[in-house]
Design a protein around this ligand. Structure first.
Ligand code: CDP
Ligand code: CDP
Length: 224
């Protein structure tokens, strides 16, 4: 059967990775979380005390860094030069610095080069901010996931509490809104819906409904 590429973009905590992982699992495709790649570089930059405004140093660091995304029962394990950083890259210091690291042109060029390679043979579900517009402009299916900022903050809040982390809903809402603004307003490949992407507002949808909708869209493309 034909193997298509699926590009999923949208703002923070819209449910991209949860849905993308499940869709990939059902189709037996590879899931690529490009946000995890930017988070991995940010983690390493913070470790090495590299200024998030220093494009050259960040790019050199990325070129010297191996980022590995491995499928696992929980979804995905992320390795940075062999170190398991799956949980560390979700921490607040990384989350609040990542949009500064991700705004630099030469950092993005190297990330996009790696991401395109993953998708060369098709059969990839990739999520991020610029997948439909820039990384995989020829993806057979493009989805732009949306949800209100209140709903997205609530989802992250529930996720934090379930994991036993401290969480402040109002603070989360402000941080999510700030990251969306930085990601949407940057000069290089900002967060934007591709002209040919299908918009899905998930504010009042369950994960199962989102996954079912994506699978039916994917199946229509596969059998086209
Ligand atoms: O999961 P969450 O929505 O919190 O974010 P993420 O997908 O892990 O992405 C983290 C950050 O990486 C985003 O806020 C963007 O600044 C950046 N990013 C990007 O610039 N381009 C991508 N394709 C993916 C992520
Ligand atoms: O990848 P992204 O940042 O877009 O979002 P995510 O990490 O997949 O989803 C954020 C949280 O929202 C997760 O805890 C999901 O389980 C939850 N979620 C939800 O409650 N309802 C949906 N329709 C989608 C996601």
């Amino acid at each position: 059967m034909k193997k298509i590429n699926i590009a999923i973009d949208g703002p923070a905590a819209a449910g991209k990775s949860t849905a993308a992982k499940k869709v990939a699992e059902k189709l037996n495709y590879i899931y690529i979380d490009t946000g995890a790649m930017y988070r991995s570089l940010t983690y390493k930059a913070l470790q090495h005390q590299i200024d998030v405004e220093d494009e050259k140093a960040l790019t050199n660091l990325l070129v010297a860094t191996t980022i590995t995304l491995l499928p696992s029962d929980e979804g995905q394990v992320v390795l940075v030069d062999g170190e398991d950083v799956t949980l560390k890259i979700r921490e607040r210091d990384v989350t609040n610095s990542v949009s500064f690291v991700a705004k630099h042109q030469t950092v993005r060029e190297e990330m996009v080069r790696r991401q395109k390679e993953f998708a060369e043979d098709g059969g990839v579900v990739m999520d991020g901010r610029d997948i439909g517009t820039h990384v995989l402009p020829n993806a057979e299916l493009k989805i732009f996931l949306l949800a209100s900022v209140e709903e997205r903050a609530l989802r992250r809040h529930a996720e934090n509490l379930a994991k036993g982390y401290e969480s402040d809903l109002e603070q989360l809402k402000a941080e999510i809104a700030k990251r969306d603004k930085l990601d949407s307003e940057r000069a290089i490949s900002p967060l934007r819906k591709a002209d040919d992407a299908i918009e899905l507002d998930t504010t009042s949808m369950t994960i199962e409904e989102v996954v079912d909708k994506m699978l039916s869209l994917a199946k229509a493309k596969i059998t086209e």
